[in-house]
Every structure is written in C-alpha cells, then in structure tokens.
Design a protein around this ligand. Structure first.
Ligand code: HEM
Length: 363
C-alpha cells in the first residue's frame, strides 16, 4: 500500500508514468491473448486452457496496474486531475482530450471487470458482446498514451508503443487470416482496421505528439508549461545551470491580505519549505481586488532562500491560476530556477499548506 506520508509528489509522478507503461504492455498482451483464445481459432502448440488462464491473469494484472496508475496520478497533485476526470471523459483541466481517452479506456476496463464478475447472471451472449466492446479499450488507451504521455518523445517509449502496436496488429491479422471462414467481409474489415493503426500513427505522430509545442496544444495549463521542459524528461541535461537546485517539498505558512495606500490589494504568502536548505519562500502579489475575493495581479515579487540569506533567489510570478503559482527566480550568481506551487489556503485561519517544485531553468 502506498503511504501518502512517505512517497513525495515527484515519486507519484514517476509511478504514474511507470505503471501506465506496464498497464499498456499488459493490456496489449491481454488483447493479443484474447484474440488468440477465440473459439474459432485453435493453436496446435499450446492447449486452450493455458492460453485462457494466462489471458485471465494478464488481464487482472492490467486492471491492477491501471488502478495504481490512476490513483498515483490523483495523489501526485502536480497536474490538476480529479477523481471525476478519471471516469468522466473530456472534462479535465489537464490535457482534456487525451486524458479523456484514458478515462474511456478505464471505464471500459471497469465494465469488463464488472461484467466478468456477473458473467453467470448475464448469460454468455451478453457477456461476450461486452467483452468484445472492451477490446476498444486498447486503441483508446494507445491514443491516451501518445497524447498524454511525457515519454513519447523518447526512443524507448516509441519503441515500446510500436511493439505493442505490432503485437496487436499481428494477432488480429493472424486471427482474420485463419478465423471466421464464412465471413469474408468481417475478416477484411478487421485486417483494414489493424493496418490503419500503424499507418495512422506514422502519419500523425510527427505533426502531433512529437512536434514542438505539443504540451500546449494538448491542453496543459499555462502555469505548468513553465516547468514542462524539465518535467517531460529532459531533466537537468536541458536545464541552464548545473548548480541550480531541484527538489519537490512540502510547505506550510500563512497568508496575509491587505491594501496599499492607493487601494491595491496585497496578498503576502510567507511559507517554510520542509527539509530543504532553501527553506523560506515568500510570494507577494499586488493587484486590483476582484469581487469574488481574488486579485487581478498587476505586479509580484517572489523570494526563495535560506534563513541566513532569505532572498538568495528572487523574481516574479510568471503564471497564476487559482492557488497555483509559477515563478521564475534568479540568484546573483546567475543560477535560474522555475518554481511551481500547489497551495491549499484555509481562508478562515489564513493557514497555507501544499507543495513546491523547484527546477533548474534556462535564463
Ligand atoms: C486503461 C487505461 C489507461 C492506460 C492503459 C494508461 C496508460 C498510460 C500510459 C502508457 C501513459 C504514458 C506514460 C509515459 O509517457 O511515461 C499514460 C500517461 C498518463 N496517464 Fe494514463 N492510462 C490509462 C488511464 C488513465 C486515466 C483514467 C487517468 C486519469 C486519472 C490517467 C492519467 C495519466 C496521466 C496524468 C498521464 C501523464 C503522465 C505523463 O505526463 O507522463 N491514465 N497513461
């Protein structure tokens, strides 16, 4: 069981990516074994009950890894993803279309689990129809993978996705070539659909997920784009300064609201960052007060530093969305960092808690 207290947000993000990839591989195997296990298709070398047992085990593992994938993406808190986004497609604030495909795939998997548990009550025919619909889970999950996944730009992830496509396409082609002897139309349609997947991906990927600016086009909120170069795996190699700090940590503090002499609203966040040398983060936002209690930001200042040098890094807010703040800060030695906070503010007490992610950045 994952303990919220011992696994930091960054670990959750890596877990989300890792479990997503394992879930896709297992789903691929499950679909290929399901196609091979069809009543009309007989293998000479492997007894059917073995294929059947492996198919069931692999499918259960795929469901388990998908559940961990979804739960860790919710716990991570870096991207604004809610429980509703996990099951209702296309409503997410984070890459709505592509996360929406993940939600559809997840719903189909859940339907598969529920109908398999109720198989005796449903009857074989009804169960079989739902089971076939569930195969749609695979192409939808693949769209989600290439549209949402940060790692698709890397050769190993492209190779993994290509292998998954090859396995399913091969299974469908073999099945269509050898099964359904009397239904030529269905066989041709299955072959064409299988061939369309790799052709479609090859045509789309270079102008879509592999193209520059995809994170923005895919619907990543602007306050996250500031740190996307590093988050998407470029890591320190893409960063400007080798000495700039990189960490994710909890923070706690207080918020104070006031007014300047000329009527501008001032929001002051003074927080302490847990377990880091740069333990003091101060954010000040000035602007026109808004009716609902917020501030239309007109200027800002942000400092991050140690107790002996509280303004070691200083800069400004680059994006503000709700209580999420992104900022770019610089030290006198020229080291530049991007900072993204996710904050919860208790308006009654003025208590602030949440996480801060600090990453090296290009100047
Ligand atoms: C059958 C269902 C699903 C499968 C097989 C699946 C698989 C994957 C895979 C393979 C990736 C790419 C990981 C990478 O690039 O390293 C991914 C990304 C992601 N998935 Fe899913 N997913 C599913 C459903 C969902 C659902 C329902 C959610 C919503 C809570 C979700 C949230 C995410 C997020 C946030 C990412 C992006 C991680 C990143 O930026 O690297 N997934 N998924």
């Amino acid at each position: 069981m994952i303990q919220a207290a011992t696994v930091g947000p960054r670990a959750y993000w890596y877990l989300t990516r890792g479990t997503g990839i394992v879930a896709l591989i297992l789903l691929t195997l499950s679909v290929a074994l399901g196609v091979a296990n069809s009543r009309r298709f007989r293998t000479e070398h492997v007894p059917r009950f073995v294929v059947d047992a492996v198919h069931r085990t692999v499918s259960l593992l795929a469901v388990a890894f998908t559940v961990i994938h979804v739960v860790t993406s919710l716990l991570d808190g870096f991207a604004p993803i809610t429980v509703v986004d996990a099951v209702v497609p296309f409503v997410s604030a984070y890459r709505p279309l592509w996360l929406g495909f993940g939600a559809i795939a997840f719903d189909l998997l859940l339907a598969l689990v529920i109908t398999s548990l109720l198989r005796r009550r449903l009857g074989y025919r009804a169960w079989r129809i739902t089971h076939w619909t569930a195969y749609a889970c695979w192409p939808v999950a693949l769209l989600h993978t290439v549209g949402t996944g940060s790692d698709v730009k890397f050769g190993w992830m492209l190779a993994t996705s290509a292998l998954c496509v090859a396995v399913v396409v091969a299974a469908v082609l073999v099945r269509a070539a050898r099964g359904w002897p009397s239904r030529l139309g269905v066989r041709l349609a299955a072959m064409l659909a299988a061939a369309a997947v790799p052709v479609g991906l090859i045509a789309w990927l270079p102008n879509g997920p592999l193209a520059k600016g995809w994170a923005k086009q895919a619907g990543t909120p602007s306050y996250l784009l500031a740190s996307s170069t590093t988050k998407t795996g470029g890591a320190a190699s893409q960063a400007g300064s080798a000495t700039a700090p990189s960490f994710t940590a909890q923070l706690n503090g207080t918020v104070r609201e006031g007014q300047t002499a000329d009527g501008l609203a001032v929001v002051d966040l003074s927080t302490t960052v847990s377990g880091q040398r740069l333990s003091l983060l101060h954010i000040r936002i000035l602007g026109q007060p808004l009716g609902g209690g917020g501030v239309q930001m007109s200027s800002s200042s942000v400092t991050l530093g140690s107790t002996s040098q509280p303004d070691e890094y200083s800069g400004h807010v680059t994006a503000l969305q709700g209580t999420n703040v992104a900022a770019q800060l610089r030290s006198p030695s020229g080291s530049v960092v991007q900072l993204v906070t996710q904050l919860q503010i208790a308006s009654a007490s003025g208590a602030v808690s949440g996480t801060v992610r600090v990453l090296p950045a290009r100047a």
